[in-house]
Design a binder for this molecule. Structure first.
Ligand code: GDP
Ligand code: IMO
Ligand code: MG
Length: 468
């Protein structure tokens, strides 16, 4: 039986936080199911609707549509207590997501020792400390002697006593090795309680989503993290630990690939990155990376939103030091981690990186977010919009993202400048409302990326969007 419905895949093309959730929310009414296929609570997905902002972490972005259901696929790793809390918070906002949420029985559980390991070793990569890497590592490791390392939602549902005991044993083994201390009994008791509230959402039928599509359902896969953070194709080792490409959606999302219709990419026209790792177009380069990653003794970000709010944005924008320009743009665009509150590193829109992502993911159309912020460049020294149009590596021009970290650190981005615009475009509704300088830049982006732009974000609210 072939599929009667279909699936589209929406992924971030850059380093995460491209605005995937706002795009998924904007499209949700065209679909029956919004599904996640990778990651977990490391994602921070913001939807702004009628001026009200909601941050989602594990729940897919279909929450605002009563007829849309949500699915968390087998490719995800689930923090049970955080998921329960997220659902409770949504309920307090008047959204009953629990009724419409389905969870794969094959999704893995984030265990206490995963959180302990990530808290201890995650800072070299700059992880979100959600235990994501250790959970995927245990999925691959499977067993350690008699201990089952990869505990899945269906395991807990079928035999909670055995698997909660196993979780305790897993923590104790790691604690003995690394000296972790925790009140594991009360942690597990809390998790058990939360699990009871989540257990009814677990789908026993491993063909759940497949059957839905065979019955005519339209699915939108909502990627978490982004292409450059893919565990294999990204900038290893400064990546997340799941597959983030369009192809990964079908494995982690529990659908056969013949359901695929098209892939939509989301890119932010002023880029950001959180955590360590190369970012060739970063304003201020290494200096910016160090500044953004600086933490207080308690691990909290040193230059959070409150500190930066006091900066003189106009003076910074007019500075000839790119590091200053980056700081100003971060303040203007509110680029601070949804999960971690860290200042995000800011960079020039990189069209070489984008065209690489378009090719390898088969992206058929692009949504460009934060186009309203391009106006900020009119307040910089030359008043123009910068774009990365080429990469030079060891004296040669290349048209791809190199695999080796060392090579990527040697890449010299070629930056070209285009005419800027001074208009505030937040109220633009149609292409005819857009300044001609922006239209020219959009055309160039389409040509260089090798892909059509279907729409642009001109503000964070659902309505602040122009379909091209
Ligand atoms: P995600 O992880 O890809 O879903 O993105 P995040 O929600 O982490 O980060 C994107 C941020 O940009 C959020 O604060 C959004 O509200 C905001 N945003 C999305 N699109 C636009 C846009 O077009 N303009 C502006 N100004 N903000 C936007
Ligand atoms: P969304 O879905 C941006 C980054 C972390 C770190 C690296 C590994 O909101 O776009 P992890 O906790 O996954 O082991 O961290 O990946 N990272 C993200 N950066 N957006 C995200 O998700 C991210 N999820 C993880 O900052 O550098
Ligand atoms: Mg995010």
């Amino acid at each position: 039986m072939t599929a009667q419905g279909f699936a589209d895949v929406l992924i971030g093309t850059q380093y995460g936080d491209e605005g995937k959730a706002r795009v998924a929310d904007g499209k949700a009414k065209e679909y029956d199911v919004i599904a996640r296929f990778n990651g977990g609570a490391n994602a921070g997905h913001t939807i702004v609707h009628d001026g009200k902002s909601i941050a989602l972490h594990q729940v897919p972005s279909g929450i605002f549509y009563k007829n849309t259901s949500m699915y968390i696929g087998s490719g995800c790793v689930i923090n049970i207590s955080k998921l329960d809390e997220e659902l409770e918070n949504l309920k307090k906002s008047g959204i009953d997501a629990r009724e419409r949420l389905h969870i794969s029985s094959q999704a893995s559980v984030i265990q206490p020792h995963h959180l302990a390991i990530d808290a201890n070793i995650g800072s070299t990569i700059g992880t979100t400390k959600n235990g994501i890497g250790p959970a995927y590592a245990d999925r691959a490791l499977r067993m350690w002697g008699e201990r089952v390392l990869n505990i899945r939602m269906g395991d807990l549902q079928n035999d909670p006593d055995t698997y909660f005991r196993m979780m305790r044993a897993n923590f104790e083994a790691m604690a003995a090795l690394h000296g972790y201390t925790a009140d594991i009994d009360s942690e597990l008791a809390e998790m058990k309680k939360d699990f009871e509230a989540i257990a009814p959402l677990i789908e026993k039928d491993t063909l759940f989503l497949q059957k839905k599509v065979m019955g005519g359902a339209k699915v939108l896969f909502e990627g978490a993290q982004a292409f450059m953070l893919d565990v294999v194709k990204g900038l290893v080792p400064y990546v997340t630990s799941s597959g983030t490409t369009a192809a990964a959606a079908y494995g982690g999302g529990d659908l056969s690939p013949d359901c695929h219709r098209k892939t939509i990419g989301v890119a932010k026209v002023i880029m950001s990155r959180v955590g360590h790792g190369p970012f060739p177009s970063e304003f201020g380069g290494m200096q910016s990376e160090e500044y953004c990653m600086k933490a207080n003794a308690d691990g909290s970000p040193m230059y959070g939103k409150a500190v930066e709010a006091a900066y003189d944005v106009d003076a910074l924008l007019a500075s000839s030091d790119p590091f200053d320009v980056g700081k100003a743009i971060r303040v203007l665009s509110g680029e601070y981690g949804t999960t971690t509150t860290r200042p995000r590193r800011i960079g020039v829109f990189d069209l070489v990186q984008l065209s690489h992502a378009v090719k390898i993911n088969g992206i058929k159309s692009l949504v460009l977010t934060k186009c309203d912020l391009l106006q900020a460049y009119s307040r910089t020294k030359n008043g123009m919009i910068p774009l990365v149009t080429g990469y030079e590596l060891d004296g040669e021009m290349i048209d791809y993202v190199p695999a080796s970290l060392n090579a990527y650190q040697r890449v010299k981005p070629i930056i070209e400048y285009r005419e800027g615009f001074t208009e505030d475009i937040k109220n633009a509704k149609n292409p005819s409302d857009l300044p001609s300088a922006l239209k020219k830049v959009l055309k160039e982006i389409e040509e260089r990326a090798g892909c059509a732009v279907e729409g642009i974000g001109v503000g964070s609210d659902r309505e602040e969007y122009v379909t091209l």
